[in-house]
Design a protein around this ligand. Structure first.
Ligand SMILES: [Zn+2]
Length: 444
């Protein structure tokens, strides 16, 4: 981003994120606040004010996603995703009149850059914008899918908004309620001066929050003696002591090449999605940098496979050499400590766990004598019996043996699995024993 100070106004040259053309051109935005910002105080119409109320309510409820789904009669239903489940908001706006829905759809499509020319939406579109009010700033990713085939009169667009509230300050591993053994192993690997640390998980598995905590731990331990640079899409938390770059993921390779000349010690790359990013991460990790990144994969072995598929065959040796640690993560709903109930595990639960252990060929503890169950009616402290999410992790340190096993043409999952120092099963079972999650939260 370049700032050019002109006598009469400030021009910010932004990478061309809001245009359909993502080739890297620039656009001029003749205001400090970009045209991809929706400010609640500046909502001009009633429909925009309604939208602001929905977003404020969603933020207050710690909703991760808002869905606006058109109904048969042309009105719209509002859904919130809370604690991983969809629900109609308990209060506030739950339905939108036909006209409001139309206006909100057009407004969102325009402010997010999904439909800058305000033409009829005939194909799925994506966009993003920032919502601000007096108290907070939320980054939103938007997805628009037309439901009615072209040719029919009425425009019906299903909208999904992912909310990423912007936070400030240091986040540490203990703030995530991460398993103590996992915490210890991560703090140990963060002492390395070089190598690639990969966190694997599905969408919405809290990967960027966890990496933010890795950076927080590094900052707490090594302070200003080390230079940390992050490449994020988008920045979810402002952290002093880290040079944070907000960039679209397709621009990561370009930024990576530049920041390698910027004398970093630790580089956090939002996600390894393409070949260029994978290759540069490997190159950085074998040339004296600690590189932290995430991959969309279900577990540590699949994470390695995902990165390997993005690296040229001639660089596979470099990849396995670069690896320091692979970490898998899932999020599990935690029960409310105020209204959950204890009971003995059912025979079905006992059989399910035994079956899983047999299928995986792993040893594991049996269920404790008492397990918790959420109270579906909930109480004043929770939503339908659940309160928050806890990470469940597996850890695969990249030892010599593991590197050799991973590099095999057809990796032996079972053999590699034996080198995990903690499995998702163990990590989840500890939470079951602590009475924090239900048996159904054990990954199977
Ligand atoms: Zn409760």
């Amino acid at each position: 981003m370049y700032y050019n100070l002109l006598p009469s106004k400030i021009i910010i040259r932004l990478p061309c994120r809001n245009q359909l053309n993502k080739s890297g051109g620039t656009i001029d935005v003749t205001a400090v606040e970009g045209n991809d910002v929706f400010h609640a105080m500046r909502a001009r119409t009633e429909a925009q004010q309604t939208l602001a109320r929905i977003l404020e309510n969603a933020a207050a409820q710690e909703t991760t996603d808002v869905g606006i789904v058109p109904q048969e009669d042309g009105s719209g239903r509002v859904y919130f995703r809370e604690n991983q489940d969809l629900a109609v908001p308990g209060r506030g706006v739950t339905t939108l009149a036909r006209d409001d829905l139309g206006e909100i759809t057009r407004f969102l499509a325009s402010v997010s850059g999904a439909n800058p020319d305000s033409v009829r939406i005939r194909d799925p579109k994506d966009g993003q914008f920032t919502f601000r009010d007096g108290k907070q700033e939320i980054f939103l990713r938007c997805s628009f899918i037309p439901l009615v085939p072209p040719g029919l009169d009425q425009e019906r667009i299903s909208i999904s908004l992912r909310l990423l509230p912007k936070k400030r300050g240091l986040l540490l591993l203990k703030d995530l309620n991460i398993d103590s053994q996992v915490e210890e192993e991560i703090i140990n690997v963060l002492s390395y001066s070089q190598g690639l640390i990969v966190l694997a998980g599905a969408t919405n598995s809290g990967k960027s929050t966890t990496i933010t905590a890795f950076m927080g731990e590094h900052l707490k331990r090594y302070g200003i003696a080390k230079k940390r640079i992050s490449l994020e899409d988008p920045i979810e938390r402002n952290i002093e002591g880290i040079i944070q770059i907000n960039a679209a993921s397709e621009d990561f390779p370009r930024y990576m090449r530049a920041l390698l000349r910027h004398d970093p010690d630790v580089i956090w790359v939002g996600e390894i999605r393409d070949e260029d990013t994978a290759e540069i991460c490997v190159k950085a990790a074998i040339s004296g940098h600690l590189v932290l990144s995430t991959v969309h994969a279900t577990d540590t072995v699949m994470a390695y496979r995902a990165i390997a598929s993005r690296v040229d065959a001639s660089r596979l040796f470099d990849l396995s050499e670069s690896l320091a640690m692979l970490i898998g993560q899932r999020l599990v709903k935690t029960v409310c400590p105020h209204c959950s109930e204890k009971r003995p595990p059912s025979q079905r639960e006992i059989d399910d766990i035994a079956f899983y252990l047999r299928m995986e060929g792993i040893a594991g503890d049996a269920l404790p004598e008492e397990v918790v169950e959420a109270n579906p009616h909930g109480c004043e402290h929770c939503k339908r019996g659940y309160r928050g999410l806890a990470p469940v992790n597996e850890i695969l340190p990249a030892s010599r043996q593991v590197k050799a096993l991973l590099s095999a043409a057809v990796p032996d999952h079972k053999e590699i699995g034996k080198h995990r120092t903690i499995t998702m099963f163990e990590s989840a079972m500890r939470l079951v024993r602590a009475g924090r999650i239900e048996v159904s939260g054990i990954p199977r």
